[in-house]
Design a protein around this ligand. Structure first.
Ligand code: K1U
Ligand code: ZN
Length: 183
């Protein structure tokens, strides 16, 4: 398994529309394992293939407390079941350290295939409904900051630049440190 690099806003590759998965083969299964590992390493609750520069309709998610119940959605179709929208403070691994309220339909139907290619057909509410709609947006080239004001989008760009600079510095410093020993 491997931790994959995550694209950061405003990378134009995040705007690519994802294509349907033709077959749940060994290559897709490897990507699923890598995406789950990447999501856990980044402390996320979801990840769309678009975020790791793979433009296919594949989403992984884990909303469990123990981070031991990954869910996989291949070729998902999400249908709102209510007109009522609810606000939720969203975050995004592609927009690090930026959180803001987005309003989305509170109840949706999810139709997809799972990691074995078996059909999923379920009704989602709460965080599952929020997260699947956020991830579906990624597959359609939409990022949650698109719902915010121009001013907030500019601030988000600046914040991401700053966070990436700090991360870069930290990784350079870590590379300079002698390796810790376990004695
Ligand atoms: O798609 C992603 O970038 C993953 C994203 C999923 C998400 C979180 C919250 C609302 C909607 C979608 C994240 O995992 S962000 C990091 C995170 O774990 C988190 C952030 C805010 C609230 C709850 C969790
Ligand atoms: Zn996101």
């Amino acid at each position: 398994m491997a931790v994959l690099p995550i694209l950061s806003y405003p990378d134009p590759r995040l705007r690519t529309i994802a294509a349907p998965v033709k077959e749940v083969d060994a290559e897709i299964k490897t990507l699923i394992s890598d995406m789950i590992e990447t999501m856990y390493a980044a402390d996320g609750i979801g990840l769309a293939a678009s975020q790791v520069d793979r433009h296919i309709q594949l989403i992984v998610m884990d909303l469990s407390e123990n981070r031991d119940t990954p869910m996989v959605f291949i070729n998902p179709k999400v249908t709102p079941l209510v007109e009522e929208k609810q606000p939720y403070e969203e975050g995004c691994l592609s927009v690090p350290d930026v959180y803001d309220k987005v309003e989305r339909p509170s109840k949706v139907r999810i139709e997809a295939l799972d990691a074995d290619g078996e059909p999923i057909d379920e009704i989602a509410e709460g965080l599952l409904a929020v997260c699947i709609q956020h991830e579906m947006d990624h597959l359609n080239g939409v990022i949650f900051v698109d719902y915010l004001s121009r001013l907030k989008q500019t601030r988000a760009r600046d914040k991401v630049k700053k966070v990436l600079k700090i991360r870069e510095k930290q990784s350079q410093q870590a590379a300079k440190q002698p390796e810790a020993t376990n004695v």
